[in-house]
Design a protein around this ligand. Structure first.
Ligand code: ZN
Ligand code: ZN
Length: 201
């Protein structure tokens, strides 16, 4: 044992003040840190995916997950190899004033985030049967049909919107077919804000 003079023993018994402070901060951070649950985790990734959207309309990001693992992602924009929507590639998106919400879809060449998640999986031969789809926006009619047909079991979404009155009942009926349901996940304040958010896709 090393002999420590009495007048210096306090230096060996307790660490110097800065070390103590750093340790206390580390303990506090660890004890107050909230580990995101699986829905929050997936949705935060969908929010990250949304940043790649190239549509002039609302930006949307989607994640397809099976058994808690991401199998595919998608964001909205024009098809691969065509001019990006935000560079004028889509007639409908470039002239939104002429096509009110819910009209002119035949002209729109933008692929929705949920469709792109399904199509990327198809492109690379990844099964989506039994998956859950996370989308930053409540999926539209078309995407809902396609997800049901592809075997997606349920939907978790961030930003909500209401279908037009005359379509509301049919939309609710279609969504009721998902075995694991359609549920809204509360986005954090900094996740919900989409500077490009304008209208329903
Ligand atoms: Zn577009
Ligand atoms: Zn859609």
């Amino acid at each position: 044992m090393i002999y420590v003079p009495k007048y210096r023993r306090h230096l060996y018994l307790s660490p110097p003040a800065p070390t103590r402070i750093i340790r206390t901060i580390a303990q506090l951070t660890e004890s107050t840190r909230k580990r995101p649950d699986i829905d929050e985790y997936m949705m935060s990734i969908a929010v990250g995916v949304r940043a790649r959207a190239n549509c002039k309309g609302s930006h949307v990001g989607a994640v397809l997950a099976r058994e808690g693992h991401i199998v595919s992602t998608g964001y909205n924009g024009t098809p691969r190899g065509t001019v990006n929507c935000d560079e004028g590639g889509c007639e409908r998106c470039s002239n939104r004033d002429e096509y009110p919400s819910g009209t002119g879809y035949d002209l729109c060449i933008c692929v929705h985030a949920e469709q792109n998640a399904l199509l990327s999986a198809a492109r690379f031969g990844i099964a989506v049967e039994g998956s859950l789809l996370y989308s930053t926006w409540r999926p539209c009619f078309g995407c809902t049909k396609e997800m049901l047909q592809a075997g997606v079991q349920g939907v978790r979404y961030g930003v909500d919107w209401e279908p037009r009155e005359e379509l509301r009942e049919e939309y609710a009926r279609l969504q009721s077919y998902f075995p694991e349901g359609v549920k809204k996940i509360e986005l954090r304040e900094n996740q919900a804000s989409d500077p490009e958010h304008k209208a329903q896709p």
